[in-house]
Design a protein around this ligand. Structure first.
Ligand SMILES: Nc1ncnc2c1ncn2[C@@H]1O[C@H](COP(=O)(O)OP(=O)(O)OP(=O)(O)O)[C@@H](O)[C@H]1O
Length: 227
């Protein structure tokens, strides 16, 4: 059996509102994502997609139920253990690339190494190999601010993959790109995830991009259903 990378078990998330009211962003959500599987998450605005990603990354905690990363219940970990589990186990890709504009392409990919430590020479070699894989080997020394949007997102993909995370989470990774560029970036993301054997969960509003995943799930008012 393939090892489970991410598991949601009957997860409910409520946010408190003013005057004692609450909003139920996720309602009894269960999902298993094994290694190497690509899952697309779709749903209307406010249906709970970002909440799902935040819980999967251990950035926020469920009100009820359990979120397991590599078999470890994130709710049972200390803050420090959870931070380490996220740092070593999860790569994040966002709609806006969050690159440091004055740093070079190579240094942007190495930011997680500069923050989290590790064998810098080995990580530098890996960063170079990842950048070559996405077609940017000629741009290593260029400041990130000189790149196009599609190139910036390719750099962000390499940064997310630097520490060989078992889980990649992407929140509308092509939402800021035109359709053709978005397709190229999404194919790169899926290709890299498959090559690395990483599980991937990505949020998209595009039917075409969702169709590239191994499976698609829809959130509807906090309920998860197979699309
Ligand atoms: N920190 C918060 N405090 C209170 N309510 C929140 C909070 N975060 C999200 N919500 C509410 O939870 C519900 C789900 O929000 P979420 O951001 O997960 O939706 P989404 O599907 O990602 O939406 P979008 O596509 O617009 O980004 C919404 O009703 C939202 O208003």
């Amino acid at each position: 059996m393939e090892p489970e990378v991410l598991a949601f078990r009957d997860v409910t998330k409520r946010y408190p509102l003013a005057a004692g009211a609450e909003v139920e962003a996720l309602r009894g959500v269960s999902l298993d994502v094994p290694a190497g599987r690509a899952v697309a998450l779709i749903g209307r605005s406010g249906s709970g997609k970002s909440t799902f990603l935040h819980l999967a990354a251990g950035i926020d905690a469920p009100t009820r139920g359990a979120v397991r990363l590599m078999g470890r219940d994130l709710g049972q970990l200390s803050d420090r253990e959870r931070t380490l589990a996220r740092r070593d186990g999860v790569g994040l890709v966002f709609q806006f690339f969050h690159l440091l504009p004055h740093l070079t392409v190579l240094d942007n990919v190495l930011v997680p190494a500069l923050i989290g430590g590790g064998d810098l020479a080995a990580l530098r070699a890996r960063a170079g190999a990842l950048l070559a894989r996405v077609g940017l080997s000629g741009r290593l020394a260029q400041p990130a601010q000189q790149l196009s949007g599609g190139e910036m997102q390719r750099v962000a993909l390499c940064r997310a993959l630097l520490r060989r995370p078992r889980l990649l989470l992407a929140d509308e990774p092509t939402g800021n790109l035109d359709e053709a560029t978005g397709q190229v970036v999404m194919e790169l993301l899926l290709g890299l995830a498959r090559e690395e054997g990483s599980a991937l969960v990505y949020v998209t509003h595009s039917r075409e991009l969702a169709a590239l995943a191994d499976e698609t799930w829809r959130l509807h008012s906090g309920l998860l259903e197979r699309a």
